[in-house]
Design a protein around this ligand. Structure first.
Ligand SMILES: [Zn+2]
Length: 233
């Protein structure tokens, strides 16, 4: 298989870089960058075990291969147990999906693949169709974050805690105009049509899609994750 030989040196480089960046040993840099808008209430827990090599299963290797075939630039990340049930397994850091995107931290490979496809084959054409121009930036609230669903003190861990979710907050067009979920979802017709088209196409690509119509907590973003089987609200 070609993937391990390609990926292994990168894993070592990524792991070395992470160590070099850390102020203290064992502090996962990626964890702190997960979700700047919603910091966790408690102090980050120390990882339970040392990072282990990722993309060792045939399934994971196939995903990495397909991501590469799609022309996406990414760095594979070493598997991390962040403690508290939170983890990043077979995850990547996306470097180039064709459209600059803010706040992307660790993403599971299937999530990264779906997101890159959505950006290229849904966001780009929809911007041309509804606004007659290119999208120059996709804005997100982040990916990995060790927290419960809705950021609650108790309850199930969010898919964000597994690097398996991304929250998209808006888009910047070539003329500088920002189409944000907050405002755009109930905004002018072009913004409404654009965002609803992206919501609909998201439902074909991600396991779970939650938008402004789902509940008040999602008034300003699309939540995309790879759990579920086409749950679309
Ligand atoms: Zn979310």
């Amino acid at each position: 298989m070609p993937i391990p030989t390609v990926l292994q040196p990168r894993i070592l480089i990524a792991a070395t870089a992470a160590l070099a960046l850390s102020a203290c040993f064992g502090s996962p840099d990626v964890m702190k960058r997960g979700d700047p808008k919603r910091p966790t209430a408690s102090a980050p827990k120390r990882p339970q075990v040392a990072p282990t090599p990722s993309f060792t299963s045939a399934e994971a290797q196939q995903c990495a291969f397909e991501l590469k075939q799609a022309g996406v630039r990414f760095t594979p990340l070493a598997n991390q147990d962040h403690g508290g049930g939170c983890s990043s397994i077979d995850s990547v850091k996306l470097l180039d999906i064709g459209t600059p995107t803010t706040n992307l931290g660790a993403m599971t490979c299937p999530l990264a693949k779906s997101f890159a496809g959505w950006a290229q084959f849904a966001v780009k054409p929809a911007a041309r169709k509804f606004f007659g121009q290119e999208v120059v930036k996709i804005e997100t609230f982040g990916t990995y974050s060790c927290r419960n669903i809705y950021g609650g003190r108790s309850g199930r861990l969010s898919q964000h805690a597994y690097s398996n979710a991304v929250d998209v907050s808006g888009f910047v067009l070539a003329d500088g105009r920002r189409i944000m979920l907050d405002g755009g979802w109930k905004g002018d017709k072009a913004s409404q049509d654009f965002l609803r088209a992206l919501h609909k196409s998201g439902c074909r690509r991600f396991g779970t899609v939650l938008g402004p119509d789902y509940n008040a907590a999602h008034y300003n973003h699309f939540h995309f994750d790879m759990s579920g089987n086409g749950y679309c609200r």
